[in-house]
Every structure is written in structure tokens, then in C-alpha cells.
Design a protein around this ligand. Sequence first.
Ligand code: ADP
Length: 318
Amino acid sequence: SRRGLALKKSKQKNKEIFDYTKLKMSKTITQKEVINGEVQTTQYLKTDLLGKGGFAKCYKMENLSTKKVYAAKTVVKKTLLEGDKKEKLDREISIHSSLSHPNIVDFYYNFEDKENIYIMLDLCSNKSLFELLRRRGRLSEMEVRCYTAQIVQALIYLKQSKVLHRDLKLANLFLDEKMQIKLGDFGLATRICSPKDRRRTICGTPNYIAPEIMDPKIGHSYSADLWALGVVMFTLLTGRPPFQASTLDATYSKIKRLDYRFPTMCNHSKECKDLISKIFSKESNRIQLEDIMDHDFFNKKYPDLMPNSTLLCPPSIS
Ligand code: ADP
């Protein structure tokens, strides 16, 4: 019938549109390397866009011979001509490639072609704590124990490696397929030369900035990453950032005054409030990273990893 034919045609058209976009989205990327004087090529299939950052886009990329799938952080070379962007990316690559820890996004290797630089990372298929919190509203104390314990391991390792992350936040705490925490994005990271060495650049994301970062006379060090961990914990526990205010200045002034409040209706435990207060202290009184896991907050049982079901629903026992 005529209607049947029209339907078939429109379906065909849709199929064409579908195939076309897919074709447009996927692209073969060739990595050329000279090994022992010989040019070796590796082909990748670049497909889904995983996310966009400040100056990078992250795509799923599959090595066509090994079938291994990566998250490829892709930076257009042309954008690196401005200012000190090239040095910054080189620093990110140099720091991230030197790290290896179960709670840090694995860095495999980097290469470039005519247009782009590719940084091949472990694909974190369950996105980040940011998306998790958006879906769930807030998390149980047991989940916060489980995630915090993993983040603390990553921070202890970074301290041993003399690296400050400086951008610890929900969106940089990725979850792999097993729901294991992987700290990523070393775009603001820096190396600390000696224990007395203090950084003075004001950087990071406003809600996560420690009071000492705002004072370049004092400078900041490892305990600023610990402060940001406190912000992550509070936000996961309550569903809102601790020092949120209507303007940036108001946020900074709240941070300086250590002015935050737990919502009364949520019934948080006294151990959890106590740990948060020991993190949200002036740097000289702040709890040490190495002492966090001995705090009473971790005395209750919690699993090593949360089940995948908690991506959508609270855990059955909490
Ligand atoms: P930028 O340094 O430009 O901010 P990011 O490193 O934050 O770039 O990456 C941009 C986005 O790509 C992230 O917000 C995230 O959505 C996604 N992304 C980054 N790394 C991974 C990864 N390892 N696995 C999955 N998605 C990732």
C-alpha cells in the first residue's frame, strides 16, 4: 500500500540519517611510532564523546588490533599556541604519566598526529561522583566512608610522590566498571620540591578552595587537597556544597570564617560531623591526612567497593 511504502521510505531515511551521524562521529586515528628505525602504525577507532573539559575533549578510542578501549583525552594542537598552554599540558603529561596507583586514573601513553595530542587513559565507564550525586541526591554515611577511604589512599600516594592535585572535586573523582574510585585530571597538579615548599598560585574550583590558598603570603601545600576532600565528603553527605553562597565573594568569606552548617533534618552521626570539623579547620589545626583513617568515622563496617546498583538506588543496608 501507499502508506506502507511511505513508512518504509521514512524508515529508510531515518536509517540513512542514523548511519550518517555514526559515520561522522567515528573516525580512524593513526599512531605512528619509530621503533628500531622502523615506522610502526597503530589504528584506533574514535567513537563516543565522553565529556568536554576546559580545553580537552575526551573520546572513547579502541585500538583496532588489540581491541582495548581507552578514554582518549584529545587536545587540538592549534589551541596550544596561546600563552603557556603547551607547558601546562606538558606538565600534566609529565606528572600524570609518573603516577601509578589503584585509585588514580591509569595513564597509558600519549601520542600526536597532525591535528591533535592524544592522552590514552583508563576508561572510567561509571562516570564520576558528580553524576552519581546528581542521580542520587545524597549518599549514605557508609558510601561516604567507602569512597573517602579510597580517596585518602590516592592522596597519601600523591603526598609520597610529592604531587599536589589542586583540583580535587566530584567531577574529577571517576568510577571504573567495578565502582572503584579513580582520581583524574592532573591539569592543575604541581610538584613540591621540599617539605617547606609552598605554592602561591590561586587556583582550583571556588567551592573547594582552602582558606590558605586565598592568602598568597601563606601559600598552600598538601593540606589544601585534604580541605577539598572535606568539601567532597560534605557535598556527598548533604547533597549541597558547604560554603555555597550567592556570590563568589560571599563564598570566600564563608570559607575564611569556616562558616558551614549541617542540615538538621538529615541526622548525621556525631563521628561524621566531628571528622568534617577537623578537616574544615585552619591549616595549623587541620587533621593530618595520615590520621584520617584512624578517626572514629571509619569504625563502622563498610565495603571495599559499592555495588553497581548504588549508581541508581541507595544501598540496602546503610
Ligand atoms: P580538562 O582538563 O580539559 O578539564 P578533563 O580531564 O576534565 O579535561 O576531561 C574532560 C571530560 O572528559 C571530563 O569531565 C569527563 O567527563 C571525561 N573524562 C575524562 N577522563 C575520563 C576517563 N578516564 N574516563 C571517562 N571519562 C573521562
